[in-house]
Design a protein around this ligand. Structure first.
Ligand code: ATP
Ligand code: MG
Length: 566
């Protein structure tokens, strides 16, 4: 690409509308333009990056014998009604009607359509296993599209699906996909952590996410540097020492106006960890009491996995159930309500809990004796420093971006859509499926989040829009212009992606833009060095700057690129 022939300008200032680093850099470098919330155009330099990502994903998928398809983004309701997801996708699904009034959707993910193809084509165990994928546009009406392309409403996903006759086959397909994912992210220059994740409402088997550590991430992950335990906060657990106090009778104490954990803890002079935090939620079946230790937080994803969709109860609903204000409640003496308690409370005694009477609490609460608990389960947010569930050493909690997700689906879709095969005994059985997704734009954004140093971007080589940038600092100097032109032609002939800044601009402008374009290698052609027959070769991703004889510059660039012949 010649910058003199390209009209999309870079931006000097940090755009007000962009919060995240990746969004700022993408706007400044002219990679994307926004049209509406979560709806973006990808401009030529951004498109080169996405194309590189797609190609390397393709290479790794093809290498494990996964075959590429291209499925429609428009799909009639019937298929989704069969799987039940016409309902469960809710408002995340973009819905429309065709001219005959038939209901359709813009596809948010392709399990149903791939399964329908399998149902129509796979007949017997001899046709299995199969691995299929596509790189296709997905549409999701996200509740909160994020700034930049991390969470958008129209995006590219590589989605793969595996079809097997038995669990052992699925295990092997899953392993192959997992290995391919490890290679893909490595080649894309991303350091990923593989974490156990929630299989959500679909139930089913193993499920892992590929996470890039970044403050801009929407997810939180918990990991143990000592033993390698790693899980999404949504399913993470920790080992907590049980708190036990004296074993005596419940006693009511006056706590006037003390509604919060901190207030009660100070007033009674007890640690927050010795308080029971009682929260009332409204779920499908009615009111549910949710209990965690005073120093812990309820994780709403874990909670919903336990009791389904729910919302905190309103103050009036709480008073109707307990007779008290929100700060003074607990399940003590309350019947006909489900009580779920966090595992950290199991077997604890000597605690403080609400008395269901304004301005009163109970002390010496014995959790199992007094709180009518239906079940103990993991519903708290794991905090940094808590002991690892596996080895007891301190856990780390960090924010992360989910770039990939692999999932043993089982027969959830094949049963619903009648995708069966005949086994060796001629018996019809549902095919066993796995599903594997990668967000293409998210890889681009994650690469910026992790490779932009505050002033300059350096793209990982395999996804860089241009491997080499040529910077003739003074285009009116004929010798500089000729050398630049010559190098541009020769590298292009070698099939190397090159950007040539042949604009008649100041050196400062060119350097600033080069920082945004982020080529791992640049060649700076300046008149002062040229007097000695030299140009400057910057191997930016290795932090090397060297002066090279102008006659050897092509060879030196090829050498710096390593894998190319020289
Ligand atoms: P999230 O929890 O972030 O919404 P998800 O669990 O809905 O992701 P999957 O359905 O597993 O995501 O999709 C596979 C991959 O597609 C994700 O790992 C992510 O990289 C990408 N992806 C999902 N939603 C979006 C989106 N709205 N914008 C961009 N990429 C997305
Ligand atoms: Mg999502």
């Amino acid at each position: 690409m010649r910058l003199s022939k390209y009209s999309i300008p870079t931006r000097k200032e940090i755009p007000n509308e962009a919060e995240m680093v990746s969004h700022q850099v993408m706007l400044r470098a002219g990679l994307i333009r926004q049209h509406a919330a979560g709806i973006y155009s990808i401009l030529p330099i951004g498109w080169r990056i996405l194309t590189n990502i797609m190609n390397l994903v393709r290479e790794e998928m093809n290498a494990i014998g996964c075959y590429e398809f291209y499925l429609p983004a428009l799909s009639p309701r019937d298929l989704w009604a069969k799987s039940g997801r016409w309902e469960t996708f809710g408002d995340d699904m973009f819905r429309l009607k065709d001219r005959k009034g038939r209901e359709m959707c813009l596809v948010p993910t392709h399990e149903e359509i791939f399964t329908e193809i399998a149902a129509n084509t796979i007949q017997s165990y001899r046709d299995l296993p199969q691995m299929w994928y596509q790189i296709q546009t997905k549409f999701r009406d996200e509740v909160r599209p994020r700034s930049g392309v991390l969470r958008i409403r129209q995006f590219f996903m590589k989605d793969a699906y595996t079809f097997d006759t038995a669990q052992s086959g699925l295990d092997e397909s899953y392993r192959l996909q997992r290995e391919a994912y490890i290679k893909i992210f490595k080649r894309a220059g991303l350091e990923v952590k593989i974490v156990t994740a929630s299989s959500g409402a679909m139930g089913g088997g193993d499920c892992e996410e590929f996470m890039v550590l970044s403050e801009s991430g929407d997810d939180e992950i918990v990991n143990c540097p000592a033993c390698g335990y790693a899980a999404n906060q949504e399913v993470a657990e920790s080992r907590i020492e049980k708190i036990s106090g004296t074993q005596s009778k419940l006693e009511q104490v006056h706590t006037p106006g003390k509604r919060t954990i901190d207030d009660v803890s100070q007033f009674l002079n007890v640690e927050p960890s010795k308080l029971v935090k009682s929260l009332a939620y409204v779920a499908g079946e009615g009111m549910v009491f949710v209990l965690v230790r005073g120093d812990h937080q309820v994780d709403e994803v874990k909670l919903e996995a336990e009791i389904g969709e729910c919302r905190p109860a309103e103050p009036l609903e709480v008073r109707e159930l307990t007779g008290a204000e929100i700060g003074f409640i607990s399940p003590i003496g309350i019947d006909n309500v489900t009580v779920i308690a966090d595992l950290a409370l199991e077997g604890t005694t000597g605690l403080v809990a609400g008395a269901n009477k304004d301005d009163y609490h109970y002390v010496d609460v014995d959790v199992e004796r007094d709180l009518n608990i239906d079940r103990f389960t993991s519903i708290r947010t794991v905090q940094s420093g808590e002991p690892c569930i596996k080895c007891g050493r301190p856990l780390e909690v960090s924010r992360a971006i989910e770039v990939g997700h692999i999932f043993k689906l089982g027969t959830r879709y094949t049963e619903a859509l009648g995708a069966n095969f005949l086994d060796e005994n001629g018996k019809s059985r549902p095919i066993i499926m796995g599903s594997y997704g990668i967000g293409i734009e998210r890889i681009m954004a994650s690469a910026i989040e992790t490779h932009f140093d505050g002033t300059a971007m350096i793209w990982p080589r395999e996804i860089a829009p241009f491997l080499v940038e040529i910077l003739p600092l003074n285009m009116s100097d004929k010798q500089s212009a000729d050398i630049a032109e010559n190098l541009y032609t020769r590298l292009t002939q070698e099939d190397i992606s090159v950007i040539l800044d042949d604009r008649d601009d100041r050196a400062g402008v060119k350097f600033k833009d080069a920082d945004l374009f982020g080529s791992p290698i640049s060649v700076v052609i300046g008149t002062r060095n040229l007097k000695e027959g030299l140009v400057e070769l910057r191997i930016r991703d290795k932090d090397i700057i060297e002066k090279v004889d102008v006659k050897n510059i092509t060879a030196a660039v090829l050498k710096a690129l390593g894998k190319y012949r020289c």
